[in-house]
Every structure is written in C-alpha cells, then in structure tokens.
Design a protein around this ligand. Structure first.
Ligand code: DAH
Length: 373
C-alpha cells in the first residue's frame, strides 16, 4: 500500500467537510419543514437542490479533488443530497395531500340545495324563422316594413282591388272591429293578410321599393290541429322599372335555396288574387325527398305526401289597379309580390304536428328550438 498523500488533506476543502455537509443537509430539512405550502416548498427546492444550491456547488468541488479523495467525498456529498431529495419528496407528498383534502372541503358543492335561479325562457321558433327569412332579403338590400294589425278596411281590401262583394270580406273570414256604438261596419278590421303593408309602403315611399313585411294576421278560424285564428305571414314587395315574372321566379328560387339548401327550386301554378295580375300559387321542391318519392312507392315521403312539391303561398305581378290606388304610375313601374304563412313552413321543417303548440306559448315547446338570435 502506498502512504497517504500528505500534500492533500480533503478536510481542508471547506464545503466538503462532513460537518459542513451535515449542516447544509439539516438546513435543507428545516427549510422543507418550514414550507407551509407547495409554492414555498418550490422556493426551498430551488434554494437547496437547484444548480446554485450549496450542495450542488459542493458536488462540483469533487471534480477538483485528487483521485484518492474523490470516492470518500463523493460518498458524503451523495448521501447528503440523497437525504435532501428524500426529505423533499416526503414534504411534497405531505403538502399535496393537505391541498387535496382542503380542495375537497372548500370546493364541495351541495347538490341538495334548492335551485334558486329563474329558469331561462326561449325565443319562439316563429320569431326565429321570420327573422331568418328577413335576413335573406335584408342581405339583398330589402328593407323590413311593418303595418298595424288593426287595419282600415280600405288598406286590407279596397286598395288591394277586392270588390265590395268579394267572399274574403264575409263575416266568416274577417274579424270586424266594432265602433263605439257597437256597429260592426266601422271600416276597421283585424288584418286578414300582410298585403295591406304593400299599399302603406307604396304610399310612404318613392319607387324603387324593395320591402319584406313579416307580421301577425287574423281570420275567423277555430283553433285546432291544422287551423289557428291568428297566424304569421311574410309578405314581399318589389317595385321598380322593368321588373318581370322572371325576377319574381329568381327571387323565390334564391329564398328557398337560402333557407333549405342549394339546388332547391320553386314552381308557379296559375291562380287568382285580386291584387296581382297575373297571379300564381307558389310551390317549393320538397327539400326532404327532392321529388324522388313521386311515383316511387318504395320511397314514400311524409313531408310532401310523395307529391314532390310543398305549397308555400301566393304571388304575382302587382295589379296596375293597386299601383294606381297607391299613387304609382303603372306605365313607368311594375312590381312583383308574394306572401305566405310561416306556421306551415315551421310545421314541415320541424315536423310540428299540432298548430296549437305554436300559439299556446308553452316553453316546453319552444325551448328545444334553442336560443338562436
Ligand atoms: N295575401 C294573400 C293571402 O293571404 C297571399 C298573397 C298572394 C300575397 C299573392 C301576395 C301575393 O303578395 O302576390 O292569401
């Protein structure tokens, strides 16, 4: 065996002395024990085990020792560092357990407590649908026009070219408003359609006129699964120079495509309305079967009863007599119009089977339609 190297005394390296290492170790133990929470423990961890901590610096001193001293010093430093990391892990586990226990208590929710918030209502799907239709036209530059629900008979019928004996004026269709003496022929009715808004708009504005008029209308029907005395129509009116039936058809096609998807189309069938000439009934292609159910018993369609088409409402070119009643020169301007009820659209679009659900205002009916605004 060779004699110890007298020229080097490991004890002389201050940081590696056993008592110094013990002191550093105990200091770390004390700092961990004193850390009251995980954040404080993190600070202590950096101070006592981080790269600039006294123990890490001591570890670096080992490299400078002569080989024969390294083993002994390395063992001492390693033991001190091992004890420190163990103490750190133990304290970490202790503080985490404390935190978890505290969170369980502090964030506990008593699910048995009474529910004290007022339940949210819901928008009526007719309002939402009406606004969707308005949006389609507002995007094309149309304005939204409104008129009164209690309307002068002149606007509701006369200006729209209804003859005095037209059956639609009869008592079974129209709600007449009594005057103060109780006389029924006060000249005031609950509007039976939104078409009087056409006349009001033409009187109020100079052409060109492009308006969409949504609103409630009234007829003396009993309330049952397929009828309601109050329902909602959407009316459209365009007055400009040179408008033709082709513009009407293109506008209708655009509307059904915007509402029901690309490729949808409409068709017109001849009909009669006093306020349009020519007049037509408008149908839209069935958006469910797209006509594939027609003559195809293997693929019946409930939405269109395998007809391929769904009836929407009426339309036509504004009758020149109506233009004259509203003060517009029919030699210079022409116009097109259409009107339809949106309850029916809501029914086939969402499989609503009973009209009464739409008027009763029960939130259990409206809520599933969501809060689309
Ligand atoms: N007002 C009609 C109704 O209630 C619907 C209608 C038909 C409106 C043709 C129009 C139209 O604007 O051009 O039955």
């Amino acid at each position: 065996m060779s004699a110890p190297n007298k020229s080097y005394d490991p004890v002389e390296v201050e940081a590696l002395k056993p008592e110094e290492l013990e002191r550093l170790r105990d200091e770390a133990f004390a700092a961990f024990a004193a850390a009251a929470d995980l954040a404080a423990l993190h600070e202590a961890k950096i101070a006592h085990t981080g790269p600039t901590s006294p123990l890490s610096l001591a570890n670096r001193e080992i490299g400078a020792l002569p080989p024969q001293a390294k083993a002994e010093a390395g063992k001492r430093v390693g033991m001190a560092r091992g004890a420190v990391s163990k103490a750190l892990a133990a304290r970490q586990a202790e503080l985490e357990a404390e935190r978890d226990a505290r969170v369980l208590v502090e964030e506990a929710v008593d699910v048995t407590l009474a529910y004290d918030r007022a339940p949210a209502g819901a928008r009526h799907p007719l309002t939402t649908l009406s606004e969707r239709i308005e949006d389609v036209f507002v995007a094309m530059g149309y304005e939204v026009a409104e008129g009164p629900e209690v309307e002068a008979e002149w606007f509701n019928f006369d200006a729209l070219n209804f003859e005095p004996d037209h059956p639609a004026r009869a008592m079974q269709d129209t709600f007449f408003v009594q005057d103060k003496q109780g006389k029924a022929d006060s000249g005031v009715v609950l509007r039976t359609h939104t078409s009087p808004v056409q006349v009001r708009t033409m009187i109020d504005r100079e052409p060109p006129v492009y308006v969409i008029c949504p609103g409630r209308v009234y007829r003396t029907d009993e309330l049952d699964a397929t009828h309601t005395p109050v329902f909602t129509q959407v009316e459209l009116l365009a007055i400009d120079e040179g408008l033709t039936m082709a513009d009407l058809k293109g506008t209708l096609d655009h509307m059904v495509q915007a509402l029901f998807g690309t490729g949808m189309s409409t068709r017109l069938r001849p009909n009669y309305f006093p306020f349009t000439e020519p007049s037509a009934e408008m149908d839209m292609q069935c958006y469910v079967c797209r006509g594939e159910s027609v003559g195809n018993p293997d693929r019946p369609c409930r939405t269109c009863s395998s007809e391929g088409w769904i009836e929407l409402g009426g339309c036509g070119m504004v009758n020149p007599r109506v233009l004259i009643a509203a003060g517009i020169d029919p030699e210079k301007y022409s116009g097109f119009a259409f009107g339809f009820g949106i309850e029916r659209m809501l029914m086939f679009r969402h499989n609503v089977e009973d009209m009464r659900d739409m008027v009763e205002g029960d939130v259990r009916f409206t809520r599933p339609f969501g809060m689309e605004i």
